[in-house]
Design a protein around this ligand. Structure first.
Ligand code: GDP
Ligand code: MN
Length: 414
């Protein structure tokens, strides 16, 4: 689960990690009061969407072609004068209102959002700081060591992917022992690598230790502070923060789960979750309804191997009841890009004839506008296949995974 920058910063502040104070607004006119509340001076107005690249991104209305907007946000086309960015520095209440006006209700297109962009419903008004140095901090789970890894770099404010690709030696790494957190000697090493000294280094050590503690305690899967800044006063501060949480640990953190912003989520993913289905939207045109995550993965692999592109990952779980199959089909067919549907079910505890009956019942309740390919295997498979074959519905049955993949790829292309 992702959260907004303002929510991530509230978590940082409550964990003793320095972040600038801010106010969230949803209407432009609220920016004036927010500006005054923050004490005036230099203030930053920031679009709150679950994507990065806002500083270079563009906030556009329907009149702007999205492909052009993406090219501008990716630096491939020059930025026309007056085109609003997703992060704006202002020095008066009027300018704060104008900046908020240029973002709220608009679509923010960044190199991370793609052409679709994301609607800006909230704006963060936050205290601006003069930046002496821009640094980078990231925390991720390293599968090789099965531990969180802290990454620090003096190359802040730019895309870390570029640093990793062109100058990987500029990223300092520390493997974290989750039972210990960031040890003092590690904190000192990281501060040294970041070129911090004296009082700034002392503040940096506290910052780093608390940041790592928060990551472990809240079961984060990814956290990034870019930029981490050093101010004129020698303070260190998180100017931006992105945090992802492990969905499987959310039950332990109701405070984190409450931060979910439904407007930022894929509506189909939210809907599937309510029916106990695991659903992930993808870019292709072949929809898959499968029972079991492993089978779903191999089904997607096979579709790709045979020249197709999966439109989604949908795992109905071990049971696959009629209601789940029905809701699964509804979700799959709600996407206009879907050209064919593949049902790939292994009947273990659930018998294939029961599943076949569920598929038929669901098929009759929904307007099936695209070809349906069904591959069943397992208990009572012959009875299940016979039910489908004798049903008189336009269902393409398949024998084995390869046959199913070939048939559905052909159906989507034809
Ligand atoms: P992102 O582009 O989505 O990662 O958004 P950021 O929050 O990182 O903001 C983009 C850039 O805006 C930063 O890298 C800074 O250079 C600049 N910026 C943000 N806040 C401030 C601030 O308080 N003062 C100054 N001078 N620049 C800022
Ligand atoms: Mn950033």
């Amino acid at each position: 689960m992702k959260v907004h920058e303002y929510q991530a910063k509230e978590l940082l502040a409550s964990a003793g990690v320095a972040a600038p104070a801010g106010v969230v607004i949803t209407r432009p006119e609220e920016a004036a009061a927010a500006y005054e509340k923050l004490g005036g001076g230099l203030v930053v107005v920031k679009a709150q969407v679950h994507a990065g690249g806002r500083g270079k991104g563009v906030a556009v209305g329907p009149e702007v072609d999205r492909a052009t907007a993406l090219a501008i946000a990716s630096g491939k086309l020059p930025r026309p004068a007056g085109m609003a960015k997703g992060v704006q520095l202002v020095e008066s209440a009027e300018a704060a209102v104008a900046a908020a006006q240029s973002m709220l209700g608009k679509t923010l297109v960044t190199y991370q959002t793609g052409e679709a962009g994301q609607t800006i419903a909230k704006v963060l008004i936050t205290v601006g700081h003069n930046i002496v140095r821009e640094l980078y901090l990231g925390l991720a789970i390293d599968r090789a060591t099965q531990s969180p890894v802290l990454m620090a770099s003096t190359e802040g404010g730019v895309e870390i992917e570029t640093v990793a690709a062109t100058a990987p030696e500029k990223i300092h790494r520390e493997t974290i022992d989750v039972g210990v957190g960031l040890a003092s000697f590690q904190a000192r090493k990281v501060c040294k690598a970041l070129g911090l000294s004296g009082d700034t280094a002392k503040k940096g050590e506290v910052f780093l230790k608390n940041f790592v503690k928060l990551f472990i305690e809240k079961d984060c899967s990814l956290a990034e502070i870019n930029p981490l800044i050093v101010t004129e006063a020698g303070d260190v501060m998180a100017l931006d923060c992105k945090i992802n949480f492990d969905d499987n640990a959310l039950f332990k953190h109701p405070d984190v789960a409450a931060l979910l912003d439904p407007a930022e989520e894929d509506p189909n993913e939210l809907r599937a979750g309510k029916s106990g289905l695991s659903y992930v939207s993808l870019d292709g045109d072949i929809a898959c309804l499968v029972n079991g995550a492993g089978l779903a993965m191999s089904t997607m692999d096979l579709i790709k191997y045979h020249g197709g592109e999966p439109a989604n990952f949908l795992d109905v779980g071990g049971g696959a009841t009629k209601d789940q199959v029905l809701e699964g089909f509804r979700i799959l067919l709600s996407s206009t890009t879907v050209k064919a549907v593949l049902v790939n079910i292994f009947g273990g505890i659930m018998k294939c004839d029961v599943i076949a009956a569920a598929i038929l019942a669901a098929y009759d309740e929904i307007d099936f506008r695209v070809p349906l390919v069904v591959r069943l295997e397992g208990t009572n498979v012959e009875a299940g296949k016979k039910l489908l074959a004798d049903s008189g519905r336009k269902i393409i049955t398949a024998d084995g995974l390869t046959d199913a993949a070939k048939k559905v790829v052909a159906a989507a292309k034809g």
